[in-house]
Design a protein around this ligand. Structure first.
Ligand code: NAG
Ligand code: NAG
Ligand code: NAG
Ligand code: NAG
Ligand code: NAG
Ligand code: NAG
Ligand code: NAG
Ligand code: NAG
Ligand code: NAG
Ligand code: NAG
Ligand code: NAG
Length: 658
């Protein structure tokens, strides 16, 4: 048996053959990506460091690290907010809607309207001395199950391959470059960045050929600083030299690369983050490429391999075509069902590559608006943590597709943001507890962001994230998480709303707030008639969020055996039934706002007043809610049993899977 395995492994190594492409698993093209068109690159990542791989004749690897952002923490709480809030409420109650929004946006938000933006490390460029016209038999692929990228082509009868992998356990990116004929592999390697580059150095030394880049977010005080290093390991017979800031490798057959970048976000001094970077690179070097690769694959398969989706086989041999041809076909028909499976697998690859929990005690950061990939110093919408649907949506598939651990970095960020939110609660609203508006950055900056009518004034990002805290428990049944993470955060969030809400028409309501990201026409009896506004009192979604947060808080308290006499529990019990209930409009619709205003964008894509339907649970019956909470993961049967609702069992099969 043993010999047989060795033989098979050896045969696999020697063949270095193309993978047999699986139409449900591989994205593949017969042409390179078009640098700098970012969207044409292949993304890989280990949750912290990532690469966008173009695969051209001259290779470009766009490198990101999730704590490289545009600068230090900014305190953006407007000192005039606290005094302005009651004024704005009076204006709203008097029907002076435009005046209220103007006053709020002049006095309750900072004149520094933007938090920090996600940025990027830079590019590793590799010139192989090949021209695009000389390349034949070109193919590049992304394996969505192993998280690997490959490139293969022929120049002058020599086959060249490139292989890229992101390793989560050891924290590095690794690559192997080969030529089928000995000594034919030549590489002229550069490292470039777009932001403030402090230094780029190339060094050729026995067993230690490196390119090192040090960069800065550029501020004179407290900039974010980083160092990234790529170490190249050629086979014997290769010649390595330095030309300016480039590393030149000639006459090689195989070259391996190990890369890491570390930043001042996680380490207090340059010495500390560079020591960590060297430790990771040295460890990977000591293991060698094959071991780094197999460890990365073993890790990711154990994780992504928990779910297999089978929607059937595509007709007409479509699944065997390169992905661009399938996408063209898909414009006409949805019959290429394996393309849907591929999209599902691609999505899980992206989440696994952009969001993994910390494995060394440092802070992990969640997937941002760009996941973890971008090629610009300032990504669209800042590549922030936009928490009025976007970041939450990144994690909607995490539980149902059995990769709930990817959500843990979200709670690391919540931990960073909670004290900032306490400061915002106190200084903007005079309240205890914590509050986040509709964005966070890596520093947890919770202040209102931008100056946009339909999104800025929304103190409910913290509520939506609190819902993720209780939902995470419902998927994992992890009591330690419930006690140490979910309950304290739910408590902070509930405490804020108990203070922030005010009485109107016999209920506790919210405002100034809005229904992300829709606007309405101001009616004739209010001012200014016909203007499009968004800021008001008691949008439906606020009530829906508070209801489920208070229910979740009480559920958590009961699970943890915290008695009803506990003051926080007693306060929540008093408050929950006083939240303004949903209103039904003239068409039977859930009213988005307190008045049946005319929507500016009917069916606006956020569908904010339907939060209670999805991801909320309010429109399900209680027994459906219980069953849905159990998710579809390995813990489902234990969860159902734990719920004790044995009478539910026969109904479970009929319920929609979330
Ligand atoms: C990034 O990608 C965009 C979109 O494809 C492209 O227009 C731009 O030139 C790229 N920027 C850089 C710095 O590579
Ligand atoms: C509302 O606007 C009207 C007309 O501009 C003004 O007379 C009134 O004082 C305003 N009310 C509040 C509470 O601002
Ligand atoms: C305007 O009319 C609506 C609907 O009749 C009513 O709910 C609202 O209170 C009125 N606004 C004012 C300022 O009177
Ligand atoms: C927001 O924009 C409005 C004009 O649209 C302006 O009056 C207000 O001062 C701005 N707020 C801040 C804080 O810059
Ligand atoms: C923003 O407001 C602060 C405090 O009110 C003030 O010192 C600063 O000059 C303002 N900045 C801008 C760009 O208006
Ligand atoms: C390496 O590439 C750079 C451009 O990045 C070029 O200036 C240099 O001449 C090349 N060096 C060699 C030895 O090919
Ligand atoms: C390899 O070289 C780099 C750059 O000169 C240096 O920082 C690092 O300590 C070296 N590593 C080893 C193991 O010698
Ligand atoms: C490198 O390869 C070239 C072309 O194959 C050959 O001419 C040259 O002698 C080799 N150089 C060394 C140092 O081996
Ligand atoms: C899609 O349908 C159009 C119109 O029938 C046709 O011209 C086109 O070739 C089709 N595309 C593919 C990829 O089948
Ligand atoms: C990264 O940011 C640039 C500049 O804003 C943008 O052109 C590019 O499309 C972004 N990348 C992605 C994947 O959106
Ligand atoms: C609003 O909430 C407070 C605190 O729970 C409660 O005492 C009060 O009765 C509520 N108001 C209404 C109108 O229900």
């Amino acid at each position: 048996m043993k010999f047989q395995y060795v033989f098979l492994a050896l045969a696999a190594c020697l063949a270095e053959a193309l993978p047999t492409f699986d139409g449900s698993r591989h994205v593949w093209f017969t042409f390179p990506g078009f640098f700098p068109t970012f969207e044409s690159s292949f993304p890989i990542g280990n949750g912290r460091v990532a690469a966008s791989i173009y695969g051209g004749a001259s290779e470009v690897l766009g490198i990101t690290e999730n704590s490289i952002w545009t600068g230090p923490f900014q305190d953006r709480i407007a000192s005039t907010a606290l005094a302005a809030e009651p004024v704005v409420r009076e204006m709203l109650l008097a029907g002076n809607l435009s005046e209220a929004r103007e006053y709020a946006y002049e006095h309750m938000i900072s004149n520094v309207t933007s938090p920090r933006s996600f940025s990027y490390f830079g590019n590793i460029g590799i010139d192989f001395g090949h021209a695009e016209e000389e390349m034949t038999d070109y193919v590049r692929w992304l394996d969505t199950r192993e998280g690997m990228v490959g490139v293969e082509y022929v120049v002058d009868g020599v086959t060249y391959t490139r292989e890229y992998i992101a390793n989560y356990p050891s924290g590095v990116l690794a690559a192997r470059f080969t030529a089928s004929a000995g000594g034919e592999l030549n590489m002229n390697i550069s490292m470039t960045g777009l932001i403030k580059i402090l230094s780029v150095t190339a060094a050729a030394a026995q067993d230690n050929n490196t390119l090192t880049l040090r960069g800065s977010s550029g501020q004179s005080v407290d900039p974010i600083l980083w160092t990234g290093q790529a170490r190249f390991v050629p086979d014997e017979g290769a010649v390595v030299g330095v030309s300016g800031t480039n590393l030149i490798i000639t006459n090689a057959s195989t070259v391996d690369m190990f890369f890491d970048a570390e930043t001042s976000y996680r380490y207090a001094s340059e010495a500390a983050w560079e020591a960590e970077m060297q430790r990771k690179i040295d460890a990977a070097f000591a293991l060698g490429y094959d071991a780094v690769k197999s460890a990365a694959i073993a890790d990711i398969i154990a994780f992504l391999g928990r779910v297999t989706l089978d929607l059937g086989t595509s007709p007409n041999g479509w699944a065997a075509l390169p992905t661009d041809q399938r996408l063209a076909i898909a414009r006409n028909t949805s019959e290429d069902v394996q393309l849907s499976t591929l999209v599902f697998n691609f999505g899980r690859h992206l989440l696994a590559a952009s969001s993994r929990p910390s494995n060394d005690g440092t802070v992990a950061l969640p997937a941002n608006l760009q996941g973890i990939w971008n090629n610009s110093t300032s990504a669209p919408f800042g590549g922030k943590y936009t928490i009025n649907i976007n970041i939450e949506m990144n994690y909607w598939p995490a539980g149902p597709t059995n990769m709930i651990e990817t959500q843990l970095p979200l709670f690391d960020l919540i931990g960073v943001a909670t004290p900032r939110g306490q400061s915002a609660a106190e200084r903007m609203y005079g309240c205890p507890g914590t509050v986040f508006h509709h964005n966070l950055d890596l520093w947890g900056d919770p202040a209102p962001t931008d100056n946009f009518t339909q999104s800025t004034m929304w103190p409910f990002g913290s509520a939506w994230l609190a819902w993720h805290a209780i939902d995470h428990y419902r998927f994992t049944l992890d009591k330690t998480f419930l006690q140490e993470v979910a309950y304290p955060f739910l408590s902070e969030v509930a405490t804020f709303y108990e203070c922030y809400a005010f009485e109107n028409d016999g209920h506790n309501v919210t405002g100034p707030s809005l229904s992300p990201e829709n606007r309405f026409m101001v009616p004739l009896n209010e001012s200014v008639p016909g203007a499009s506004e968004a800021v008001d009192i008691a949008p439906a979604m606020d009530g829906q969020l508070m209801t489920e947060i208070f229910q979740g808080f009480l559920e958590a308290a009961s699970l943890l055996g915290i008695p009803d006499s506990d003051p926080a529990v007693a306060a929540a019990r008093t408050f929950l039934p006083t939240i303004k209930p949903q209103q039904i409009g003239s068409l039977g619709q859930i009213l988005e706002w307190r008045v049946e205003y005319t929507e500016l964008v009917p069916g606006q894509k956020h569908l904010s007043p339907l939060w209670a339907l999805m991801p909320g649970r309010a429109f399900f019956s209680p027994h459906q809610q219980h069953a849905l909470r159990c998710g579809t993961g390995a813990a489902r049967s234990a969860c159902v049993a734990w719920l004790g609702d044995h009478w539910l069992e026969p109904h479970l099969a009929d319920l929609p899977v979330r």
